[in-house]
Each structure stands twice: as C-alpha cells, then as structure tokens.
Design a binder for this molecule. Structure first.
Ligand code: ADE
Length: 252
C-alpha cells in the first residue's frame, strides 16, 4: 500500500512529480492523482486544492480509491502566534476548524456527532516527520536562500487552525486567536484544509502527519508575502522534507 503525499499547491507538487519513478497519472473526481515510486516508496501524489470541501474530496479519494495507508500533508500557512515567523515550519499536532460554529446547539468549534473540536495527527508519523524536517534543514544549503534573504527557520510543534478564508488582516488574525483561545485552543498558524483532511483520516482510521511552512503572518501584508513565498521556498522545503520522510519509513 502506498503513502499519499498531499500538497496544498501545484508549485509544491511539481517538484515531486519530476522525481517520480514509473509515473502514472490517473484522473478521478476531476483531479489528477500521480502514482509511482519516490525515494524507494510507493506513493500517490495529489493536490488538496484550496478550502476544506475540496481537501476532503481529495483525501477521501486517496483513501477509498487508492487505498493509501498513510497521508503526509505539506503546505503553507499564515503565522498566528507571535513567535511563528515567515520561513518557519510548523509540525502539526492536530487541527481545529476556526470557522465551525453550531452554537448554541453545540459548543463553538465542536464538530457535531464527534464530540470533539480537534482531530489529532498520528504520534508515530509525527516522530518520523520531525526527524525528516531536521534532516532536511540540516542539509538545506540553499533551500532557504531567497530574495527576502536567507531564512533561519525555527521548527514549531502545535495546533493548526483551518477555515474557508484567507486571513489577510491583523484584526481578523487577533479576533480568530481570541475566539479560539477562549475555547482553550492556542493555534500556531492558520490555513484552509488541514482540519478537513484530519477529519477524513479520522473517519477512515488512516494515520496523518502534516507540516506547514509559514508563508505570511496572516496580517495586512499576507496577500503580498504569500505568492512570493510559495514560488520561492515552499516547494523546495516540501521536496526535501518529503524525501527525508519517505527515507525514514520502513523499506518496501
Ligand atoms: N495559507 C497561507 N497563508 C494563509 C492565510 N493567511 N490564511 C489562510 N490560509 C493561509
């Protein structure tokens, strides 16, 4: 059974497709899935697309149609916590949906019928991924050289918040953090897909690991920083981390 490498953006995925041995493209659910071997492991590469519904469809297809045994999700995110800076990496412990609110029927952020607001990543895969991130960073000569300077990334581990909006103002970022904090959640960063993928993986009992590179600070400059960053660095980070992650899995 294969490992799914789920990328949030086409720029991240492009470098992986280039490296695929015996690539086969399968069109399903209006999407391209790339099957092949990468660094000695059978893989299926897919794009989450943008937003929770699109990501849930992709994750479901990976599991139901391609029977993947684990999911690695890479992407970018906007930093929320003050110590999380552009260029840093966040290893996800779990995900919460910042835009889910069925109150007063259920507590705000709780996913009805699950009795929980968070979906956690898999402990064992998280350990492999953290090791992979450290390997990638140790050998990262040039990965973080960009037109905005040479970044010295810090690796953070913690909660990510997902929702169907690109957070592009400091006011919105603070409001989102305050609301989540009042329910006991301290997210490090915000993105638009992870919680949906985590819920689908939970439903099917498929282990998930996820890492996000910080592309912007989810503030008034977010729309300027984001496209520059995605093209410049995120795809290089994804390539190196995916390589080290696959090499860290048991041989197939
Ligand atoms: N992904 C990257 N940056 C983001 C932001 N500011 N808001 C939502 N998703 C993001």
């Amino acid at each position: 059974m294969a490992t799914a490498i789920l990328s949030a953006l086409a720029e991240e995925q492009a470098g992986l497709i280039e490296q695929l041995d015996s690539p086969e493209r399968v069109r399903h659910a209006g999407r391209d899935f790339w099957l092949g071997r990468l660094h000695g492991q059978p893989v299926v590469l897919a794009l989450s697309r943008i937003g929770k519904v699109a990501a849930a469809t992709t994750a479901t297809a990976l599991i139901e149609r391609f029977a993947v045994e684990r999911v690695l999700f890479t992407g970018v995110a906007g930093g929320l916590a003050s110590e999380v800076r552009v260029g840093d990496l966040v290893l996800a412990t779990g995900f919460v949906q910042h835009d889910l609110d069925v109150s007063p029927l259920y507590p705000r952020f709780q996913v009805p019928f699950y009795g929980r607001d968070r979906f956690e990543c898999d402990e064992a895969l998280k350990t492999i991924l953290l090791r992979a991130i450290n390997v990638a960073l140790a050998g990262s000569k040039g990965i973080f050289d960009s037109e905005i300077g040479v970044l010295k990334p810090t690796v953070h581990t913690g909660l990510l918040a997902s929702g169907d909006r690109f957070v592009s103002s400091a006011i919105e970022s603070f409001a989102l953090q305050a609301a989540l904090r009042s329910a006991g959640h301290e997210p490090l960063a915000v993105e638009m897909e992870g919680a949906a993928v985590a819920q689908v993986c939970f439903d099917f009992g498929v282990p998930l690991a996820a890492v996000r590179t910080i592309s912007d600070r989810a503030d008034d400059n977010a729309h300027v920083d984001f496209p520059r960053f995605v093209l410049d660095i995120a795809s290089r980070v994804a390539r190196e981390v995916v390589k080290a992650f696959l090499e860290g899995l048991p041989a197939r």
